[in-house]
Design a protein. Structure first.
Length: 214
């Protein structure tokens, strides 16, 4: 079974997807890890993340796997190595490449043939898993998303800068030539602006179990 979740940055997708996966006893698949993995590989091999051909080469040769709930790249457990600042900077740019996205989607499909997953991202419900049994789209006001980010890391960046970055990221995500942020017609839309993480998790779990939600 596949539970697919989409939504813009800062709506709590990852935190909620992890909770839902724990509640349902499924694997939490963070699609971003695959693009971070490709970026990690590019930088480690001394390739240039600004060159599309280098990005495609790294993606084609990458071997992804999941063992005991841990994310592996080329036989190495990289679960805790994918959030270096340089990877943060480059992964969103690498993920825009249509060829890289196509390769990563193939790898994700290969993995999910043998496991039940809760997957979150920007195009899980529309491109990666259009036939997922359960689809959700999380949303929230940009101002609330910025406030959440600011409160998570106070003093690191001011609120106005965070809000500006979120609006810019939304614009990029919605206008990607491949895998743009869209609401699938059959997705359950949940506005998380004034809900707690636990409340959103409860709604998703109930929907998956066939219990009516408001």
């Amino acid at each position: 079974m596949i539970v697919a979740i989409d939504g813009p940055a800062g709506v709590g997708k990852s935190s909620i997807a992890k909770m839902v996966s724990d509640e349902l006893g499924m694997y939490y698949l963070n699609s971003g890890n695959f693009y971070r993995g490709v970026t990690y590989r590019i930088l480690n091999l001394g390739l240039d993340p600004a060159k599309p051909d280098d990005c495609v080469k790294a993606a084609k040769e990458a071997q992804f796997d999941v063992k005991d709930g841990r994310f592996y790249l080329d036989g190495e457990d990289v679960e805790d190595k994918l959030h270096h600042p340089s990877i943060d900077i480059w992964s969103s740019k690498v993920s825009v490449n249509p060829q890289v996205r196509s390769i990563v989607n193939e790898r994700i499909h290969d993995l999910t043939k043998r496991m039940d997953v809760v997957a979150d991202g920007r195009d899980m419900t529309t491109v990666v898993f259009p036939n997922a049994e359960h689809k959700f789209f999380f949303d929230a006001l940009p101002e609330i998303r910025a406030r959440r980010r600011y409160e998570q890391n106070p003093g690191v960046m001011d609120y106005d800068t965070i809000l500006k970055e979120i609006n810019e990221r939304d614009e990029i995500d919605r206008n990607k030539p491949v895998g743009g942020l869209k609401i699938a017609p059959d997705a359950v839309y949940i506005d998380t602006s004034y809900l707690t993480i636990n409340e959103v998790c409860e709604k998703v779990v109930k929907a998956v179990k066939g219990i009516s939600i408001k």
